[in-house]
Design a protein around this ligand. Structure first.
Ligand code: SF4
Ligand code: FES
Length: 767
């Protein structure tokens, strides 16, 4: 520790700390524009200049490290004069357009000018003008207001992972620019709106819809991926006008992904339903709640539930803990164990389906291996932690089939077919076994290991896992979408055990972990099995049966065969044709509930707006439904009461239990890789219009490796017919060498592709 004085206050601080960090810690305010605690230091705005004893010139507090005996004055006349001069200099070219600027009322420049600047300008020359650029549908630019702090540039390079903006020109002519004709496409791009200290970058969807002082700020939890980002919804007239991050260092730091930020646009989409709907002569008819419940009661009580499993219940992994608990309770009362939330899975082992460590512990490992994840789309914000780790430490390896981690420094990057994951892991396990003498009891694995011949990459990955002290192996949730996902998980767990690594799975959705912990599907019956055994009735909650379920054909034919189908959903669309009644539930912003995130942190939230129309929170719908069905034990008055009972029910899973390897018959041949883009993952985000305005041309194409294209006799731009066991589609081909060989990437859950189903073998033919 070293001794310094700041504004006369004696302090002992850690060496190598900057003056601004020390000041922030002790609550001394130093104005700043370019400095941000999460970005590299640029020291180009000079707003943080302070007087330091024995230095003739003022020093930038953000770029100056404390030294023994340093005496810093942040309030002296010298410092104040310096700050005033810098402020005057920064305002020379800044337009006086605060009344029409969207940043007004929450502008760092405005606040700092009032606190540190002069009250009058001495500048009478012409101000410079910079033409605005169109950088996409999410961010609006007014670049004349830019003060060239470069926070946006540094964020996109250091956090977004791609240098999409840059500073061109010098001095008076310096300006922020995107690459020619390019918009900003990072999944985290919206964070530059918060970072920009002036009104140069503002939110396009929010623009001019409210002033900051008209908004009430209400905290909630993002409902898309399993990170559980803390967010703040800004509400005016009971409508969510925008969403910004709420700082939580151990989960989302101070960032959020674009889907968490802009998905609020889907909340009031025209597909929202305000009243229960009943299907009559192939038309939807609005009915009141009483009539809807009576209709459901009549149809459900007609079913002879003495025979078990006459009713199938499927809900989304985004359902809250309270909704899941009530569904499970209803299922029990209706004598069915056919209840599930796993919409995309083909492998169903239930243990270790969480991260295995805390989110903020990820980067403390000395070596990391990730298998089978499109991190950028699956977990846009978590991907940043892996990227930061990889770029800092040369000990990050990834085995995947589509390389969306291109600008990241990896020790090994293995791009192979999903069907080859298992072989790769067996090679690593064999190499590990040679050094550790790790014992495996399974005869099947022993035989497979005999045949495995470790490649050089496998040897290097094994070496990095063996030679480092703390290591981790993470599987993407896509592993569970594969037929041999359980085997992959098992071998990865063996490697983890042999080398003493943390093992984790990165779950897909907001409450995948919560519903797993709740042991929703007590008998571990998969949704696929539920649909394949004929049912009298189905209850489906909070997902689009055709877009969100991996086999639209299977779900549709099961619904057709059932006598009565009930959907509980915020939206209506053609996907709900086979339902008899749809009850309007509220999305996450209009209900209270609980999500358990990937690291098992339990996060409860309250509604930020009242329900739209006569829609009701899911837990209330289920409670009243149970009352109408005269089921016992549903007299809850609040979601907290439901949560209390749910917490008692939480299953203590036997973690790290190694099941046996089940030989599976994996068909080789052209494999389809369904990449679900971050903005297509669920019903709300698919309806957020701005997120889809910039639909990249690639998204209406399928992507194939150029070598595979050559083998299949395909040329770029050609239309091909892709057929799966579900359907066939016509689609253009695009060459992409980020795709593994012998595979075709199709963006899943989109209008053009959903009918193919997900994760099926496909055949391609020239159209
Ligand atoms: S646009 Fe905003 S964040 Fe980017 S350099 Fe200019 S002032 Fe800074
Ligand atoms: S904040 Fe220190 S120079 Fe900009």
């Amino acid at each position: 520790m070293i001794k310094i004085k700041i504004d006369g206050k004696a302090l002992e601080v850690k060496p190598k700390t900057s003056i601004i960090e020390v000041a922030d810690k002790v609550g001394i305010d130093i104005p700043r524009f370019c400095y941000h605690k999460k970005l590299s230091v640029a020291a180009n705005c000079r707003m943080c200049l302070v007087e330091v004893k024995n230095f003739a010139k003022p020093l930038p507090a953000c770029a100056t490290q404390v030294m023994e005996g340093m005496e810093i004055s942040t309030k002296s006349k010298f410092t104040k004069d310096t700050q005033k001069s810098v402020m005057e200099f920064l305002l020379i070219n800044h337009p006086l357009d605060c009344p029409i600027c969207d940043q007004g009322g929450e502008c760092d420049l405005q606040d700092t000018a009032v606190a540190y600047g002069a009250s009058k300008t001495r500048y009478t020359e012409e101000k410079r003008v910079v033409f605005d650029k169109n950088i996409g549908p999410l961010i609006s630019t007014d670049l004349t207001r830019c003060i060239q702090c470069t926070r946006c540039v540094r964020f996109l390079k250091e956090v977004g992972g791609m240098a999409e903006l840059g500073l061109i020109g010098r001095g008076e002519h310096a300006e922020i620019s995107a690459y020619v004709d390019k918009s900003v496409e990072s999944e985290l791009s919206g964070n530059i709106i918060d970072l920009c200290p002036v009104g140069a970058l503002t939110s396009k969807p929010f623009r001019y819809s409210a002033r900051s002082w008209e908004l009430s700020r209400r905290s909630t939890i993002a409902c898309h991926d399993s990170l559980g980002s803390n967010i703040e919804a800004h509400v005016k007239d009971n409508i969510v006008k925008r969403v910004i991050p709420k700082e939580n260092e151990s989960i989302n730091e101070c960032w959020i992904s674009d889907r968490d930020r802009f998905s609020y646009e889907g909340l009031n989409h025209k597909d929202r339903i305000n009243l229960p709907l009943k299907r009559e002569k192939n038309q939807w008819k609005e009915i009141d709640w009483e009539e809807a419940y009576e209709l459901i009661e009549k149809n459900i009580t007609d079913i002879d539930i003495k025979k078990s499993n006459k009713i199938g219940i499927i809900c989304s992994p985004q359902s809250t803990l309270e909704e899941g608990f009530l569904l499970k309770k209803i299922a029990k009362e209706l004598n069915t164990s056919h209840i599930d939330y796993r919409l995309l899975e083909k492998s169903f082992s239930e243990n270790n389906n969480w991260l295995g460590c805390k989110i903020d512990e990820i980067e403390s490992h000395d070596a990391i291996l990730v298998v089978g994840s499109n991190l950028k789309h699956d977990q846009p914000l978590l991907a940043h932690r892996f990227r930061r780790y990889a770029n800092k430490r040369n000990n990050f390896s990834i085995i995947t089939s589509y390389d969306d981690f291109y600008s990241t420094r990896c020790l090994e990057k293995v791009i192979v077919n999903p069907s080859a994951y298992i072989n790769y892991l067996l090679m690593i396990l064999k190499q590990v076994q040679l050094s550790t003498k790790y014992k495996i009891n399974s005869e099947v694995i022993k035989n497979l290991l005999k045949a495995a011949k470790p490649s050089n990459e496998a040897k290097r990955i094994a070496k990095s896992l063996l030679s480092n002290k703390s290591k981790a192996i993470f599987l993407g949730h896509q592993i569970l979408h594969l037929d041999d996902g359980d085997n992959i998980k098992l071998v990865a767990m063996h490697i983890a055990q042999a080398v003493g690594a943390t093992f984790g799975l990165i779950p897909g959705y907001a409450n995948s972990v919560g519903l797993n912990e709740l042991n929703l599907n007590t008998d571990n019956i998969s949704a696929d099995k539920i649909l394949s055994q004929s049912k009298e009735a189905y209850i489906m909650m909070n997902f689009d049966p055709l877009y969100d379920y991996h086999s639209p054909k299977k779900i549709n034919s099961a619904l057709k065969k059932a006598k009565f189908n009930l959907a509980i959903s915020p939206y209506i669309s053609d996907s709900f044709k086979e339902f008899d009644v749809v009850l309007p539930m509220t999305p996450f912003t209009e209900t209270s509930g609980t999500f358990i995130n990937m690291e098992k942190t339990i996060q409860s939230f309250s509604a930020v707006t009242p329900p739209v129309g006569q829609s009701r929170p899911g837990w209330k719908i289920l409670r009243v439904l149970a009352n109408f069905l005269q089921l016992e034990g549903f007299s809850y008055d609040s979601s907290e009461e439901v949560k209390t009972d749910a917490m008692i029910e939480m299953d203590k899973k036997n973690e790290f239990s190694l099941n046996d390897f089940k030989p599976s018959n994996i068909e080789r041949g052209l494999e389809v890789l369904n990449v679900v883009r971050a903005n297509d993952s669920d019903m709300i985000v698919r309806r957020a219009t701005s997120l889809h305005q910039n639909k990249n041309k690639d998204q209406s194409c399928c992507l194939i490796n150029p070598t595979t294209m050559l083998e299949e006799g395909l040329i770029e731009g050609q239309k091909i017919k892709i057929s799966s066991s579900e359907a066939e589609i016509l689609i253009n081909v695009k060459a992409d060498d980020n795709v593994c060989l012998n595979a075709v990437v199709i963006y899943g859950k989109q209008d053009e592709t959903f009918i193919l189903g997900m994760h099926n073998k496909v055949k391609i033919k020239k159209a």
